[in-house]
Design a protein around this ligand. Structure first.
Ligand SMILES: Cc1ncc(COP(=O)(O)O)c(C=O)c1O
Length: 407
């Protein structure tokens, strides 16, 4: 077995907002022997994960599973539905929205980036009224798709997708709605069908608690219709043959067998806890985390309480304090990884992940590591965030939900 000689003793605290820690149950499930991906046993596994994942996206439409990271599923969403030169409206929520826009440019699309100026836009989430206004002005319907990030992992802001759908409908615009919930799925409420999303993009390494390596496109009937005339070049990403073969549980190429074992186990865990319990647990932990940040006298990156992320909390460091220096102390002293500030937020914030398998005590350990590290980095704290978070969690009176086997 490969051992890295710089790996510290004890269990590492992987508190970045994905990949999230992989539960032992899932690691064990992934260690089953790899089987023939054309054999009968695989077909049964394929059908089970394909129907299980529909429940997570809340859709009765096909969900395509790719052996790829989330970036691949971004490309699949664009290339299956759009044609070279198509005008797409993308909303700047943060670093990941920016990367998706860059990809759209690279693919030969014409993205228009909408958003609030400066870093303000990165702190407030999608402004649906700005989308409505822009679409209203597009009387010739040159805009073919609206692309938004549901949970912006670079900031800790969870935008209101139902409001975006409403904005598009309010002006009767026919654009497709493409949503990235790579870090939101199975952490924050998400309703692909009810919210009228045409393509939802997601990935394995966040709320689903799997290692990186599989990603998803949930589609709508309208998206499948669009794919019949969309002219962007695509081969590996093409939905048509995958959807056809998925009907009997197979893929046109060699799928990621062991990650699918893991997905089967993850679905059992998430559906066994109950999606609503999973969402409530994430909300509870996020609220306690924000209490800690407030008590330290630091600022939560997200400025609008209506869109606080249940997945992660962005913590702004005081003016003149390099957030990466704080992260470095915490990593070196306490064997814990926190998310770095990305793009416009580089050095100005760090990100605390509280997603996936996280519970009260993993959060408390995480906050203890942060509090010690902040002090060691020379930051004067207003109070003990750890003590405040403990109060907050004890007061919630919530029992840990028990997992029921569902399969
Ligand atoms: C919101 C969001 N979109 C896209 C991506 C890119 O996904 P990946 O790194 O799996 O390719 C990430 C990764 O963290 C993300 O958080």
């Amino acid at each position: 077995m490969l051992t890295l000689d710089f790996h510290p003793a004890g269990r590492h605290f992987l508190q970045i907002p994905g990949p999230s820690p992989v539960p032992d149950r899932i690691l064990r499930a992934m260690s089953y022997p790899t089987i023939d991906h054309r054999g009968p046993e695989f077909g049964a596994l394929g059908l089970k994960v394909l129907s299980g994942i529909q429940k997570i996206f809340k859709t009765s439409q096909p969900v395509i599973i790719y052996p790829a990271s989330g970036t691949g599923a971004w490309e699949a969403a664009l290339s299956n539905t759009l044609s070279p030169g198509d005008h797409v409206l993308m909303y700047e929520t943060g670093h990941f929205a920016t990367l998706w826009k860059k990809m759209a440019e690279a693919l030969g699309l014409k993205p228009e980036f909408l958003g609030l100026p400066g870093i303000e836009g990165w702190r407030r989430g999608v402004q649906a009224d700005m989308i409505a206004e822009r679409l209203r002005a597009d009387t010739g319907h040159s805009i073919k798709a609206v692309c938004v990030v549901h949970n912006e992992t670079s900031t800790g802001v969870t935008s209101n997708i139902a409001a975006v759908r409403k904005a598009i409908d309010s002006v009767g615009h026919p654009a497709l709605l493409l949503v990235d919930t790579i870090s939101g799925l199975a952490c924050a409420d998400y309703r692909h069908d009810e919210w009228g999303v045409d393509v939802t993009v997601s990935g394995s390494q966040k709320g689903l608690m799997l290692p990186p390596g599989i990603s998803f496109n949930a589609v709508s009937k309208k998206a499948i219709e669009a794919s019949k005339t969309a002219k962007l070049p695509r081969a590996f990403w093409d939905w048509t043959e995958i959807i056809e073969m998925n009907k009997v549980g197979y893929w046109p190429y060699t799928p990621n067998t062991n990650l699918l074992y893991g997905l089967h186990e993850a679905l059992d865990m998430i559906l066994g806890e109950g999606l609503d319990n999973v969402f409530a647990r994430h909300q509870r932990l996020a609220a306690a985390c924000r209490t800690a940040v407030d008590t330290w006298g630091l600022e939560v990156q997200c400025k609008d309480a209506a869109v606080y992320s249940p997945v992660l909390t962005g913590v702004m460091t005081p003016e003149g304090v390099d957030a990466d220096a704080v992260r470095k102390v915490i990593y070196e002293r306490f064997n814990m990884s926190l998310g770095t500030g990305l793009g416009k937020m580089k050095g100005r914030m760090f990100r605390i992940g509280h997603l996936g398998e996280a519970n009260e005590l993993t959060l408390m350990a995480t906050l203890a590591g942060c509090e010690m590290g902040l002090k060691l980095a020379g930051i004067k704290l207003a109070g003990s965030g750890v003590a405040a978070a403990m109060e907050n969690l004890s007061a919630s009176g919530q029992e840990t939900p028990r997992l029921q086997r569902v399969s």
